[in-house]
Design a protein around this ligand. Structure first.
Ligand code: IMP
Ligand code: MG
Length: 184
C-alpha cells in the first residue's frame, strides 16, 4: 500500500494518477456517447478544478468541443463537515437556456451541492443537465440525486488530493488519498 509524507501527515493513496487518467478517458467516452452537441461543461469550484481540467482534455480526445465554465459553491467552510447550506460564491457568466450542460464536481456526498446546482440550471432553462463526479460516497446521501457519470465509488473517508483539500491544503497531490491520523 503506497503512502507518502506531507505537512507532517501520512497520506495513503486510494486512487493512483494512472488509474484516474484511465477512468477519465472512459468517462469522456461515456459522456460523448450520451450527451448531444452544443455542450457546456460547468466545473463546480474549487474541489473539481483538477478533475475538470483533465476531463475536458479527455473530452477533446473523445472528439467533443465543449464550452467550459466555472461556478464556485460552498457548503463546507474550512471544516470537514457539510453545513447543509449551499451558497453561490461565484456564478457562471453564460446563459444556459436551451443548452446541454455537464456539471462536474469532485465528490457526491450528501448530494446537496450537486442537487442545488442542477436545480438552479434547470430553473434557468437548460435543455438537459447531466452530472459527472469523480467520486461517489453513497453512504451519506441526503438529497435525492445520483450522478449520470461517476468515476469511482469511494469509501466513507475524508479524502484529499487531485484538487480536494483540507482547509485548502493537499490539492496539489496527483492522486486521491486519505490523511491517516497519528497512530494509524
Ligand atoms: P455534498 O453537498 O454533501 O454532496 O458535498 C459535496 C462537496 O463536499 C464536494 O463538492 C466536496 O467539495 C466536499 N467534500 C465532500 N467530501 C469530501 C472529502 O472527503 N474531501 C474533500 N471534500 C469533500
Ligand atoms: Mg466541492
Amino acid at each position: 500500500m503506497t503512502t507518502i509524507e506531507r505537512r507532517g501527515h501520512r497520506i495513503r493513496v486510494l486512487f493512483a494518477p494512472e488509474t484516474i487518467a484511465e477512468r477519465n478517458r472512459e468517462l469522456a467516452g461515456e459522456i460523448s456517447g450520451r450527451t448531444g452537441g452544443d455542450l457546456i461543461v460547468i466545473a463546480i469550484l474549487k474541489g473539481s478544478f483538477v478533475f475538470a481540467a483533465d476531463l475536458v482534455r479527455a473530452l477533446y480526445e473523445a472528439g467533443l468541443s465543449p464550452e467550459v465554465e466555472f461556478m464556485s459553491l460552498s457548503s463546507y467552510g474550512a471544516g470537514t463537515q457539510s453545513s447543509g447550506q449551499v451558497q453561490i460564491l461565484r456564478d457562471i457568466e453564460s446563459e444556459v437556456a436551451g443548452r446541454n450542460v455537464v456539471l462536474v464536481d469532485d465528490i457526491l456526498e450528501s448530494g446537496r451541492t450537486l442537487a442545488f446546482a442542477k436545480d438552479l440550471l434547470v430553473a434557468r432553462g437548460a435543455q438537459a443537465v447531466y452530472t459527472c463526479v469523480l467520486l461517489d460516497k453513497p453512504g451519506k446521501r441526503a438529497a435525492q440525486i445520483d450522478a449520470d457519470f461517476t468515476g469511482f465509488s469511494c469509501p466513507d473517508l475524508f479524502v484529499v488530493g487531485y484538487g480536494m483539500d483540507v482547509a485548502h491544503a493537499f490539492r496539489e497531490l496527483p492522486f486521491v488519498g486519505v490523511v491517516e491520523s497519528a497512530g494509524d
